[in-house]
Design a protein around this ligand. Sequence first.
Ligand SMILES: O=C(O)CCC(=O)C(=O)O
Ligand SMILES: [Fe+2]
Length: 215
Amino acid sequence: MSPDLPPTASDADPARIAAHPRVQRVPSRDLMLFIQRDFLSPTECAALIDRIELRRRPSTIADANGDDVFRTSETCDLDMSDPFVAQIDARLAAFAGIDPAYGEPIQGQRYTVGQEFKAHTDFFDPHGADFPRYCSVSGNRTWTLMIYLNQPGAGGATRFVKIGKTVQPETGKLLAWNNRNDTGRCNDASMHHGMKVRSGVKHIITKWYRERPWG
Ligand SMILES: O=C(O)CCC(=O)C(=O)O
Ligand SMILES: [Fe+2]
């Protein structure tokens, strides 16, 4: 496939991801998780942080669980018509090898000291009350791509609690994981915790792909 043309596949090809330069696969039988440092430059990260600062709102969760402090960060829906955001979206799709049409709009997340996103999965619970609302059109989430835009003073790691792997935030570092297991079902081993920031502010972007085109 030409690197200049957007991918047309509905799902990622892990071999293609693994073949990108500097990509590391986290050793685990239970979860397909890749890391690439320096996916974005510090300048690109700073430009995204500026946009997140301008449009942030309190973060939400699906399937309310009675815990008011489950996700205490702020969220920003990035403007996908902004050419700068659009070219980052195209690079994410090219990295995953997924047709950009399957992607949700990129979100930014911002955590100040003490804020976190407790252990959760990114897929929607097929038996949860909110499943029809979030998934009837585009299906469930498939892959998550997430990029740390900065390194907070302390804290803010992402802990994959079921496989015992903790990833430290570093400016420009990309994580990519499959939210499904080998049989294509929702994978509980993808559960992860955006841990409390202890000093400074943490910014990330998240990109979720769906089973069917986003709409
Ligand atoms: O902040 C993190 O490290 C994780 C964020 C996350 O899991 C999410 O936004 O779904
Ligand atoms: Fe998550």
